[in-house]
Design a protein around this ligand. Structure first.
Ligand SMILES: NC(=O)c1ccc[n+]([C@@H]2O[C@H](COP(=O)([O-])OP(=O)(O)OC[C@H]3O[C@@H](n4cnc5c(N)ncnc54)[C@H](OP(=O)(O)O)[C@@H]3O)[C@@H](O)[C@H]2O)c1
Length: 166
């Protein structure tokens, strides 16, 4: 399983249900990397998408405690609602060739980080006012495998870092 996130200088990932920053190249990286894969997320992250709709060309697995929610998505394909980590296996086993990405938010990264062997982190060299954070990578046994050169978006530096569990 692979976690993918864009974090600020202090590991912040969101504020008031929204992203801290939207970098076009990072969005493109996310789209291209997760295309045709399975993406696992929390209900708040689902609700942060346009019209609260699941991501196209991906199998969307959404954690929620709300049993009623699946009724609202009856006519929407490619989305599964789950309550427990143990329910993931049944779904992903139906798609054996697909990669599995954990796409947030904070509660789901925290819940699934122990199942991830890789984290694809876009690290932004700026601290934003955040209320949600990515788990501490070092404490969770991750080390940097490779990192890109510095990129610039409107004067803000960022780089793409691949972490591997050791
Ligand atoms: N920077 C990034 O790369 C990135 C990526 C994704 C998200 N984000 C940001 O992260 C923030 C959202 O993170 P968040 O932690 O507040 O919300 P979240 O993880 O997206 O969703 C939380 C919801 O997931 C469900 N959930 C969580 N744990 C559960 C469990 N054990 N069993 C069943 N359901 C469970 C609950 O849904 P119910 O309330 O329906 O029960 C809970 O309210 C937003 O600001 C978003 O923009 C950032």
């Amino acid at each position: 399983m692979i976690a993918i996130a864009c974090v600020d200088a202090k590991n912040g990932i969101g504020k008031d249900g929204k992203l801290l920053i939207s970098i076009p190249d990072d969005m493109k990286f996310f789209r291209e990397t997760t295309k045709d894969s399975i993406v696992i997320m929390g209900r708040k992250t689902l609700f942060s998408f346009k019209d609260k709709m699941p991501l196209k060309n991906r199998i969307n697995i959404v954690f929620t405690t709300n049993d009623e929610l699946k009724k609202d998505y009856e006519n929407v394909g490619n989305i599964y609602f789950i309550k427990e980590k143990s329910e993931i296996k049944d779904i992903v086993d139906r798609f054996p060739d697909k990669k599995i990405f954990v796409i947030g938010g904070a509660s789901i990264y925290e819940k699934l980080i122990d199942l991830c062997d890789t984290c694809l982190i876009t690290k932004v060299d700026k601290t934003f006012d955040a209320d949600t954070y990515f788990p501490d990578l070092e404490k969770n046994g991750f080390k940097i495998e490779k990192e890109s050169e510095l990129h610039d978006y409107e004067g803000i530096n960022y780089k793409f870092i691949t972490y591997k569990k050791i």
